[in-house]
Write a protein of this length. Structure first.
Length: 326
């Protein structure tokens, strides 16, 4: 059997995509009105796509999770097959060598992060977005757990470790140490509320930022929910929402973040005191995670200009995290 790199090359030939997008976890082929997403053969502490069967299962899980929130975008899981040593096809015959998640494409200029950058995110759209997220969380599977406070502390420690590693050589040492202290102090101040929120844990999106939301058929559509690790998705809905609120503030839209938060709390009947107590920690941790991603990317890119921009972005996220945690 061909290795996955060879399979990817063959798939690209048969799809003849107009564009190919490579990420650490996947390869996406944009072909006409459709997009095909392939999971890379890999395994680390958070992701295990190491076998064909596992990649199939995660494709099916990703379809299930996202079909719920974006039925107009997600279509099906498609088998890539080879018959009698011939060329690869997406047809019904032959031995399966890989799986693809088939999706309908949308106008990328209608991604909410791009609308935010153009100053085109309105209060009306923010209210519609709040309603969408409230609806999404309302219909999500319950995953309540005991010991949520301890679980969340573990998430904080893992994220801090990633931050300290990725930001080395990007941020000064004194700033890096301050982030760890601030997060742990914030955690200590709301342990009781965290434990209380364990009963509210649901199967959430896990990566709810503006780049994973678009306008589709005139309404906000949330896509690309995390499928590869339940620890990222079986969380407090407030923590899911905090990513969106942090991202709105990162884009210079604190007023719209307030609109989304107020409408969400009103629409879900959530406890405002619990929300207020947890938001600094939740937003601070989300910002530190984004800082880690930007810092790691800055060290990986061969482009000096891109590296400089990513370092600046990492520092911006860091400063925002410190502001949330103050």
């Amino acid at each position: 059997m061909a290795n996955q790199a060879e399979v990817i090359t063959e798939i690209e030939k048969i799809l003849s995509p107009g564009r190919r997008i490579d990420t650490a976890l996947s390869v996406v082929f944009l072909a006409g009105p459709l997009a095909y997403k392939l999971k890379r053969e890999m395994k680390n502490d958070f992701v295990d796509y190491s076998s064909l069967e596992k990649r199939k299962d995660f494709c099916l899980k990703e379809l299930r999770l996202n079909k719920r929130n974006a039925p107009g975008i997600y279509n099906a899981v498609v088998a890539v097959r080879r018959e009698n040593g011939g060329p690869l096809t997406l047809g019904p015959r032959g031995s399966t060598v890989e799986y693809l998640l088939e999706m309908n494409r949308f106008d990328e200029e209608l991604l909410l992060n791009r609308l935010a950058e153009k100053g085109a995110l309105t209060e009306e759209l923010a209210r519609a977005l709040a309603g969408k997220v409230a609806e999404m969380h309302g219909s999500a599977r319950a995953a309540g757990m005991g010991g949520y406070s301890a679980n969340f502390l573990n998430a904080v420690k893992i994220s801090v470790g990633q931050f300290l590693d990725s930001s080395s050589g990007v941020l000064p040492a004194d700033l890096r140490g301050a982030a760890e202290l601030k997060l742990l102090t914030a955690y200590s101040g709301c342990q009781d509320v965290l434990e209380k929120r364990g009963g509210s844990v649901k199967e959430c999106h896990g990566d709810l930022h503006l780049g994973n939301i678009c306008l589709f058929e005139g309404s906000p559509c949330v896509f690309d929910a995390v499928e590869f690790n339940d620890a990222f998705t079986q969380i407090d809905p407030f923590y899911d929402l905090a990513f969106l609120l942090m991202d709105l503030r990162h884009h210079g839209l604190p007023g719209l973040a307030g609109v989304v938060a107020d409408d969400y709390l009103r629409g879900t009947g959530s406890d405002k005191d619990d929300f207020a107590a947890l938001l600094p920690l939740y937003q601070g941790l989300r910002a530190i995670i984004r800082c880690s991603i930007s810092a790691a990317s800055a060290k990986e890119t061969p482009s000096e200009g891109r590296a400089s921009a990513l370092k600046k972005e990492a520092l911006s996220y860091y400063n925002e995290a410190m502001s949330f945690l103050s």
